[in-house]
Design a protein around this ligand. Structure first.
Ligand code: AHM
Ligand code: MG
Length: 353
């Protein structure tokens, strides 16, 4: 019997001839940053170092003693996973060590943490983060992520003030991003000049530019919502979901349901392929589930920079006035056409069918 010829090596398995490391990208782009100082570059570097350490821990989760719960119930009334705590500690450590960050707000800590008080005459950054989003997925080896949001603290900010001026509208963010710990680890971020994605090459320990200038498709074919709660949704949202599932005879569009239950992963897929992620109000979560300062705002900044849209159903997420660190919001985020359609239903402009 004749032997089949050897299969040619496909291009994607070959080493790239040239690639840009995150560090090089930051140096090259520094002038386009909102504050073209070395301090801001160093802050991004500190975040990326923490991301590498968290990624390493997640990759070995099954063989280290890091699965399961710590026994602590966090400020959200949720059982804290060991990796939630580890990710939180790593980010705090990296930002404290780096010295550029003066204030931290984390999902895993009830109050903000002040640090590096001696930076009085220099830019003072605040970083809000969800150290490990979707952590209920961690014990079953599904994807999770880290989300971060960066602000410049106003001059009048004083760590001892009772009124927290560190909470600013999402529109004031100077940078935002996430790390998706999926089949590979990716860091995706914006400084207000487009969105770029970097894949961690574990063999050399570097994030390499793999997804330059990401744009979300205007139309989308995925919708991501916890549909088990549908009976609890507003009739307008139920009507939107019926509409989105209907086949359009003209375009022959076939929509697909995709819900990992890990916001970073659902968002990342929809960013690349086009779609909408919805977490609405419900009886269990009368204000929505996701947190404004470290989930909705950073993702809204990213999606807008990629050409998409994010609202609470009525108002642009980035214009919402924050009142507390752990404030929640309903969220509709993703491809512009789908988010606009959801808004039309919610605002009663599109008839219920
Ligand atoms: P977390 O920050 O405590 O992990 O909660 C946020 C997560 C999102 O990642 C995910 O989309 C959502 O909660 C899933 O919630 P539900 O199980 O109610 O659908
Ligand atoms: Mg979260």
């Amino acid at each position: 019997m004749a032997q089949s010829p050897p299969r040619p090596r496909t291009e994607q398995f070959q080493e790239p001839e040239s690639f840009l490391t995150l560090e090089q990208f930051i140096i090259d782009q520094q002038e386009t940053f909102p504050h073209s100082t070395g301090a801001f570059s160093r802050l991004l570097r500190d975040l990326s170092v923490a991301a590498k350490i968290i990624s390493r821990n997640i990759r070995r989760a099954g063989i280290l003693d890091v699965l399961g719960e710590t026994g602590v119930v966090n400020v959200q009334d949720e059982k804290q996973k060991k990796l939630d705590d580890i990710a939180h500690q790593e980010l705090v450590r990296a930002l404290r060590r780096g010295g550029e960050c003066c204030l931290i707000g984390s999902e895993e800590q009830s109050d903000t943490i002040s640090m590096n008080p001696s930076r009085e005459d220099r830019e003072r950054y605040a970083v809000f983060f969800d150290p490990l989003d979707g952590s209920s997925n961690i014990d079953v080896n599904a994807s999770v992520g880290t989300i971060f949001s960066v602000y410049l603290l106003p001059d009048e900010w004083d760590p001892d003030d009772v009124i927290d001026v560190s909470l600013q509208r999402g529109a004031e963010q100077v940078a935002a991003g996430y790390v998706a710990y999926g089949s590979s680890t990716m860091l995706v971020f914006t400084t207000g000049n487009g969105v770029n994605g970097f894949t961690l090459d574990p063999s050399i320990g570097e994030f390499l530019l793999s997804h330059p200038n990401l744009r979300i498709p205007n139309e989308g074919t995925m919708y991501s919502v916890n549909e088990a709660d549908v009976d609890d949704f507003a009739p307008e949202l139920q009507a939107f979901l019926r509409w989105i599932k209907r086949k359009d005879p003209e375009t022959k569009r076939r929509i697909r349901a995709r819900y990992i239950g890990s916001f970073v992963s659902d968002f990342h897929r929809n960013l690349l392929s086009g779609g909408i992620y919805v977490y609405p109000v419900s009886t269990e979560y009368p204000d929505g589930k996701l947190r404004l300062m470290y989930e909705a705002n950073p993702m809204a900044f990213l999606v807008e920079q990629a050409g998409g849209r994010a609202t609470d159903g009525h108002q642009r997420i980035l214009d919402l006035e924050p009142t507390s660190l752990h404030q929640r919001t309903p969220l509709y985020i993703g491809s512009t056409r789908l988010v606009e359609a959801a808004e039309r239903f919610l605002q009663g402009e599109q008839a219920r069918t």
